[in-house]
Design a binder for this molecule. Structure first.
Ligand code: GNR
Ligand code: NI
Length: 200
């Protein structure tokens, strides 16, 4: 998973004021075998202040992890909300990296290419496990922004992979579901055993 190396507060919109910033929170990311990861998340009907707060908490949690994407269910909120930052984080002339926080509300794939591409995927809910997954190379995604406005956008490369991975989370699907039964069973067993040992 790409390291941001960013203090989590760098992308914050300061206009919210100190009281808002103080309320922001890094939330706990749930991991396998937590059954909540299999829930189908609910569409967001109104982009309320609670939703905006949740999106901010998700961005902070994602940067802290660090990860390039996060679905709300990964912090135990079964809502169709995704955050992402796949920026390359190249340093500018001041040696500063530029974050590109993005929020997708009710995202859906409206078209997918026949051409497939393979990417080595990881998941914050399946820590330290990476495997190659084949998915459509390009997708068209429809979503709402934080102002409730509808957008449609073409995605390719890492963006296409990541948005498909996140929309899968909204449907209770994990990247290990695309692997052989042997590999999937092995991962599930490993995390079930780890949870059992941690509970003792
Ligand atoms: O941080 C993440 N990296 C990643 C790499 C390849 C394909 C997908 C991802 S998403 C992942 C964060 C995560 O678990 N999102 O749900
Ligand atoms: Ni994931």
């Amino acid at each position: 998973m790409a390291r941001t190396g960013l203090p989590a507060v760098r992308w914050i919109d300061r206009s919210h004021g100190p009281a808002y910033i103080a309320r922001m929170a890094i939330r706990e990311i749930i991991v396998l075998p937590d059954k909540q990861l299999r829930l189908v998340s609910k569409p967001i009907e109104k982009v309320s202040s609670d939703i905006r707060k949740l999106a901010d908490d998700m961005l902070e949690t994602m940067y802290d992890a660090p990860g390039i994407g996060l679905a709300a269910i990964q912090i135990a909120e079964p809502l169709r909300l995704v955050t992402m930052d796949i920026s390359k984080r190249e340093k500018d002339e001041d040696g500063e990296s530029k974050p590109h926080p993005r929020v997708f509300i009710n995202p859906e794939i409206v078209a997918a290419s026949e051409e497939l591409s393979v990417y080595e995927e990881g998941c914050l809910s399946i820590p330290e496990y990476y495997e190659e997954v084949e998915r459509p190379a390009r997708v068209r995604v429809r979503y709402l922004d934080l102002d409730g406005k509808t957008h449609e956008e073409d995605a390719e490369g890492l963006f296409a992979t990541c948005i498909q991975h996140e929309i899968d989370h909204l449907n209770g699907v994990l990247f290990v579901d695309y692997l052989s039964k042997l590999k999937r069973d092995r991962v599930m067993k490993k995390f079930t055993k780890a949870a059992r040992l941690a509970a003792k």
